[in-house]
Design a protein around this ligand. Structure first.
Ligand code: ADP
Ligand code: MG
Ligand code: ZN
Length: 624
C-alpha cells in the first residue's frame, strides 16, 4: 500500500531531461555545430552560394557539400560583429557572383522558440513538483486516488494472519470469535433476529496487538479487510476526509462480507469542538460523515467496523452510542503466561540456543507489550548475527531487555571524573535508600555506565505483575526515588540535573496519591484527577473539576508529602553515610556493582568478585 507509483514521476523526469538536452544543443537543435572560424573559412574558400541570417542563426547554402550537406544551419554568437567583419568579403563575393544571394532578416534574437522552451520547462517543473508533493501527501498516485480511501484489500503483507498468530489474548479472541462467526454465516444470526454489533472498539496501550487482532479476525473469517488509519482522514484539503469515509463504506458494501478497520480512530474521532487552532472544522466534517455512515448501513450487509485506540477517553461520545462503537474490547498488556506465548510465537522463525528458557524470559519482562517482546527477540537475534553466532542465547536476551528498558549502553562516551563522582554518589543514594525501605525491591545491579538518556542506573528486581500498590509502597517509592538527589545535596554540597527524571516521577506519584487515589487526610477519599487527563482542546479548559481552593490544597498536600519523604530519605542516608560512600567508591573503581556485592557491602562483609548479573537472576530461584 505504501509503495508509491513512481512511473509518472520518472516519465516527467525523462521528458525534462530531454528538454534540457535539447536546449543545451546536445541534439544540435536543428543547427550544425560549426565554429565561427569554420564559417569564416567557408566564405574565404568561396564555398558559400547563399545565406540568410535570422535571429542568432545563419543558414548557409554551399557550392560543394560539407560533411555531406550543402545546407547548413549554424548559431552565431554575435550577428553584428559577423556582419561588420564579413562586410567586405560578402560584397566582393556578391559582385563576383560566387555569392548568389544573401539576406539579413530584421528580427533580432527573439524567436518564438526562445519563449516556448522556458515556458515549457517551467510548466513541466511545476507539474513534476505537484505530482511529487501529492504523492507525498497521499502516499499514493495522487491524481487517481484523490479523495478515495487508502485501503488495504485482502490479506496484508501477502500472508494471512489468524488467531494463531495472536498469542495470549484468549479473552479478546473469544469475544471476537462471535464477529468471525457472524461474518462467516450472517444468516444464522439475522434469522433469529440477533443484533450483531456494528462496531467494535479495541482499546489498549500501543503495541498490545490491536492491529494484529483486527487482521486476525479478517483472516479467520476469510473476508476482505479494508484498513485505514485515522490520520489518513485528516488531510490538508477540506472535504477530502469526509469523502474518504464515504468511499470507504461504499467500497466495503461492494465487496462484503468485509471488515473495515480504522486504526488510531482518536485522530479523527476526537471530541468535537476540542481542536486547538485551525483545521478542526475539517475533522468535524469527517467525524460527522463517519457517524452518518455507521448509522446508515443495515445489519444484513455483512460489514463490521473495527477500530483501535489507546485513548478512548478523548473520543467523541457520539461514536460510542448504540449502533456505532457500542462494544469495547480491552486489550491489555500480557501477563506472564501471555508473554511466554507471545515469545514462543515470535521465536518460531528464529534460531534459539539450547540454554534459552522463554519461561524465564517471560518472568523477567514485567510490563512488556507484545510489540516489546517481538522487538526483544529481534534485538537478540541481531546481536547474535553480529557476533557470527548461529543462534541467540540468554546473554543476548539479557542485553536486549536492558536495552529496551533503558536504551543502549554508551561505553564509548568518556564521562569526566567529576560527572562520574556525582553519578556514583547519586546512584549509591538510590541503592542505600532502597536497601532500608522494606517495601522496595532488592537491588539487582548498580552502574555508572551511561545508557540511553541516563548517566547511571540502579536496577532493581522487577516486581511481579500486580499493579496494586499500597500507600506505604508508594510513599517509600518516593523516598527511594529521592535518594539520588538527597545524596547529592548531603554529600556533594550541590545538586545536579541528573535527578530530573526522578523528580518527575516523584511529583507524579505524589500527585496521584493526593488527588487521584484519595490517600491524604486533608482532602479525604475523593478523586480529583480522572484517568487519562488530557491537556488539549476542550479538556484544557475542563481539566479541573474542583475549585481553586481545592487546587491550592492539592498543591500544598503534594509539597508536604514530598517534603516528608525528603526528610525521611535524608535521615536514612545520613545515618548510613559511610556505607553510601563505600558503595560510591566501589562504583568509581569498578563502574558496576552487583546486587550480591552491594548486599555484602551493606552487611559489612567483604565485597567478593563480581559474578555476571542478568535480569533473569531474580527469577531463577522461584522456578515453578
Ligand atoms: P497495536 O496496534 O496495539 O499498537 P500491533 O498490533 O501493531 O499493536 O502490534 C505490534 C506488533 O507486536 C505485532 O505486529 C506483533 O508482532 C507484536 N504483537 C503484539 N501483540 C501480540 C500478540 N498478542 N501475539 C503476538 N504478537 C504480538
Ligand atoms: Mg496499531
Ligand atoms: Zn536517579
Amino acid at each position: 500500500m505504501k509503495k508509491r507509483n513512481l512511473l509518472p514521476i520518472l516519465l516527467y523526469a525523462a521528458v525534462l531531461l530531454l528538454l534540457f538536452a535539447w536546449v543545451l544543443g546536445v541534439f544540435g537543435d536543428g543547427t550544425d555545430t560549426l565554429t565561427y572560424s569554420q564559417i569564416v573559412e567557408m566564405f574565404e574558400n568561396e564555398q558559400v552560394k547563399s545565406f540568410t541570417v535570422s535571429g542568432q542563426k545563419i543558414m548557409l547554402q554551399l557550392h560543394n557539400p560539407y560533411l555531406g550537406k550543402t545546407n547548413l544551419t549554424c548559431r552565431l554568437a554575435d550577428v553584428d560583429s559577423f556582419r561588420q567583419e564579413m562586410r567586405d568579403t560578402i560584397q566582393a563575393q556578391a559582385e563576383s557572383g560566387v555569392l548568389e544571394s544573401y539576406d539579413f532578416l530584421p528580427q533580432r534574437g527573439f524567436s518564438t522558440y526562445d519563449l516556448i522552451i522556458p515556458l515549457l520547462i517551467v510548466g513541466l517543473l511545476l507539474l513534476v513538483i505537484w505530482v511529487f508533493l501529492m504523492g507525498r501527501l497521499n502516499g499514493n498516485n495522487a491524481m487517481a486516488n484523490f479523495g478515495k480511501a487508502r485501503t488495504v484489500l485482502g490479506v496484508p503483507d501477502g500472508k494471512k494472519v489468524t488467531f494463531d498468530d495472536v498469542a495470549g489474548a484468549d479473552e479478546e479472541k473469544a469475544e471476537l470469535q462471535e464477529v468471525v462467526d457472524f461474518l462467516r454465516d450472517p444468516k444464522k444470526y439475522t434469522q433469529i433476529g440477533a443484533r450483531i454489533p456494528h462496531g467494535l472498539l479495541l482499546v489498549g496501550p500501543p503495541g498490545t496487538g490491536k492491529t494484529l487482532l483486527a487482521r486476525a479476525v479478517a483472516g479467520e473469517a476469510d473476508v476482505q479487510f479494508l484498513s485505514i488509519s485515522g490520520s489518513d482522514f485528516v488531510e490538508l484539503y477540506v472535504g477530502v476526509g469526509a469523502s474518504r469515509v464515504r468511499d470507504l463504506f461504499e467500497q466495503a458494501k461492494r465487496i462484503a462480507p468485509a471488515i473495515i478497520f480504522i486504526d488510531e480512530i482518536d485522530a479523527v474521532g476526537r471530541k468535537r469542538g476540542s481542536g486547538l487552532g485551525g483545521g478542526h472544522d475539517e475533522k468535524e466534517q469527517t467525524l460527522n460523515q463517519l457517524l452518518v455512515e455507521m448509522d446508515g448501513f443495515g445489519r444484513t450487509e455483512g460489514v463490521i467496523v473495527l477500530a483501535a485506540t489507546n485513548r478512548p477517553d478523548i473520543l467523541d461520545p457520539a461514536l460510542l452510542r448504540p449502533g456505532r462503537f457500542d462494544r469495547q474490547i480491552y486489550v491489555g498488556k500480557p501477563d506472564v503466561k501471555g508473554r511466554e506465548e507471545i515469545l514462543k510465537v515470535h521465536a518460531r522463525n528464529k534460531k534459539l540456543d539450547g540454554d534459552v528458557d522463554l519461561k524465564l524470559v517471560a518472568r523477567s519482562t514485567v510490563g512488556f507489550t507484545g510489540a516489546d517482546l517481538s522487538n526483544l527477540l529481534n534485538e537478540a537475534a541481531i546481536a547474535a548475527a553480529r557476533d557470527n553466532r548461529p543462534a541467540l542465547n540468554m546473554t543476548d536476551l539479557n542485553d536486549a531487555i536492558m536495552k529496551i528498558m533503558a536504551g543502549p549502553e554508551k561505553k564509548s562516551r568518556v564521562a569526566n571524573r567529576k560527572d562520574l563522582e556525582v553519578t556514583a554518589i547519586h546512584e549509591a543514594g538510590h541503592a542505600v535508600a532502597m536497601y532500608f525501605l522494606p517495601t522496595q525491591d532488592p537491588v539487582l545491579q548498580i552502574t555508572i555506565v551511561p545508557r540511553g538518556g541516563y548517566l547511571g542506573a540502579t536496577w532493581h528486581i522487577p516486581s511481579d505483575d500486580s499493579s496494586n500498590m499500597t500507600r506505604n509502597q508508594m510513599y517509600e517509592e518516593i523516598v527511594s526515588l529521592l535518594g539520588g538527589r538527597v545524596a547529592e545535596a548531603l554529600f556533594l554540597g550541590d545538586i545536579s540535573v541528573g535527578a530530573s527524571n526522578d523528580i518527575d516521577r516523584v511529583s507524579k506519584l505524589a500527585r496521584d496519591m493526593v488527588a487521584r487515589y484519595g490517600m491524604c487526610e486533608a482532602l479525604g477519599t475523593v478523586s480529583y484527577l480522572s484517568d487519562g487527563e488530557v491537556f488539549i482542546g476542550r479538556d484544557f479548559e475542563k481539566t479541573k473539576s474542583y475549585s481553586e481552593k481545592v487546587a491550592g490544597t492539592i498543591d500544598d498536600e503534594v509539597k508536604a508529602l514530598i517534603d516528608r519523604a525528603y526528610g525521611r530519605c535524608a535521615e536514612l542516608l545520613k545515618q548510613n553515610e559511610d556505607k553510601l560512600r563505600q558503595v560510591a567508591d566501589f562504583l568509581l573503581a569498578h563502574e558496576t556493582m552487583t546486587g550480591a556485592q552491594f548486599t555484602a557491602c551493606m552487611e559489612g562483609r567483604e565485597i567478593g568478585e563480581a559474578e555476571a548479573v542478568t535480569m533473569f537472576d531474580a527469577h531463577r530461584e522461584d522456578q515453578e
